[in-house]
Design a protein around this ligand. Structure first.
Ligand code: SF4
Ligand code: SF4
Length: 408
């Protein structure tokens, strides 16, 4: 017979968890919560299931011996609750959705992300935004896939060990935060970076400065091939799982000769294509049709003149037309990299936002990371005013807005 089931957390995910167990024919005996104002109140899921009382943890032990807990909130709150349950004497075997986690100084990238650059396997690209050295493995001659995975594990382990003693390469990174993090081998994000050439010459593009940019065409094609073979290996050992987001950056994916093969391998995965959208790709549109993927275009302008100044190409209308076509297949996100005295003006910003609204795209604001890090912080009054104008217009026009992850 099933042990008494307690759902911990009377918040947003309660209904979903309740229904999951109800479908399995296992109804909870009560809800547990730490919020004093909810204790001893009753809750009736969807108004049709039997009412359930919300109890505090101490009472559950007395009323339901041997109870099993399902913690409803998402991480990191989930891990904090699990830690509290364990500290209160509940063994982890009695927490149905227990998964290993750690508490400490950490960042969202350290455990979850991997960037294949051709020469290295990187954890993040924080070095493009801050004055830090990122955790990284250099791909040495003769290294096979197992060696690469072992090297990544050791590098992560060492970084975490160093952090626990307040030292190591990450220590001055603004992204570090004290918190709860999952301990998992699978990746949240795998990025193909700097793997092929691009027909644009954006004034801020640091991809052109990387060593692989100088490689001849064939060698670059081989780099893509190697990245793809490595990704397939990570898939076979479950480090890439069905929810891992596959990202394509630093090189134009729509003109990559291996695009057909890439899209075949990752058709059912959530993919993020950073594209300049000069070339419309039916292969990318097909993935967007699946509903899990999206494209991100740094349009950076609202007028053809500014676009040409920034991108080094005169094809604003064509790019907008292609973005519009993609938006009929799936989600589009448009980026605006703010450049002092180039696009920090109301005309470009307002036209950019009108276009975004028209195709129901979300927008993000970023800054130029190719400059000296200290110079790149936005200090100029005109540019600061442009940020305000951008944000306020988004909020008035109800356009989904965020700053990019390394924006200061
Ligand atoms: S702490 Fe900073 S440098 Fe270290 S992995 Fe996270 S983002 Fe990268
Ligand atoms: S479109 Fe992207 S990859 Fe190409 S030059 Fe511009 S920023 Fe670099």
């Amino acid at each position: 017979m099933d042990k008494p089931l307690v759902l911990y957390g009377a918040g947003g995910n309660l209904t979903k968890a309740y229904k999951k167990f109800a479908e399995e024919g296992r109804l909870p005996v009560c809800i547990c919560d730490s919020n004093a104002s909810k204790i001893d109140t009753t809750i009736c899921i969807d108004g049709k299931f039997p009412p359930l009382k919300i109890l505090q943890l101490d009472n559950i032990g007395k009323l339901y011996q041997n109870a099993e807990f399902f913690v409803t909130p998402k991480p990191p709150a989930r891990f904090e609750i699990m830690q509290n349950l364990i500290d209160s004497g509940i063994p982890k075997e009695k927490i149905i959705n227990y998964e290993p986690f750690i508490k400490g100084l950490h960042c969202e990238y350290l455990k979850n992300e991997l960037i294949y650059t051709g020469e290295t396997l990187d954890i993040c690209c924080a070095d493009s935004a801050y004055d830090v050295k990122i955790p990284q493995v250099r791909i040495a001659e003769g290294m096979n896939y197992e060696d690469m995975v072992t090297a990544i594990h050791s590098m992560r382990k060492k970084t975490l060990y160093d952090l626990s003693s307040n030292k190591g390469c990450c220590i001055n990174c603004p992204k570090l935060e004290e918190g709860y993090y999952p301990v998992t081998n699978s990746l949240k994000k795998f990025t193909f970076a700097e793997i092929f050439h691009c027909q644009f010459r954006c004034i801020y593009c640091n991809a052109r400065l990387l060593p692989t940019s100088q490689l001849p065409y064939k060698q670059r094609k081989d780099t893509t091939k190697k990245a793809l073979e490595f990704a397939k290996y990570l898939k076979s050992v479950q480090i890439i799982n069905k929810d891992t987001i596959i990202v394509f950056v630093n090189g134009e994916i729509s003109i990559n000769p291996l695009l057909h093969e890439i899209t075949k391998v990752f058709m059912d995965y959530p993919c993020l294509f950073l594209t300049n959208a000069e070339v419309y790709s039916n292969e990318i549109a097909k993935i967007l049709d699946k509903g899990r993927s999206y494209i991100n275009v740094s349009l950076d302008s609202g007028t053809a003149e500014t676009f040409e100044k920034i991108k080094g190409k005169s094809c604003f209308d064509k790019v907008c037309e292609n973005i519009k076509r993609y938006s009929m297949h799936g989600k589009v996100s448009l980026k605006y990299i703010l450049l002092e005295d180039i696009n920090d003006n109301e005309e470009d910003i307002s036209k950019f936002l009108i276009f975004a609204k028209d195709i129901n795209a979300s927008v993000s604001l970023s800054r130029d990371y190719s400059n000296d890090h200290t110079k790149a912080y936005v200090k100029n009054q005109k540019t600061l005013a442009a940020i305000d104008y951008f944000k306020n217009t988004c909020s008035q026009e109800k356009i989904h807005f965020h700053f990019d992850s390394y924006f200061n």
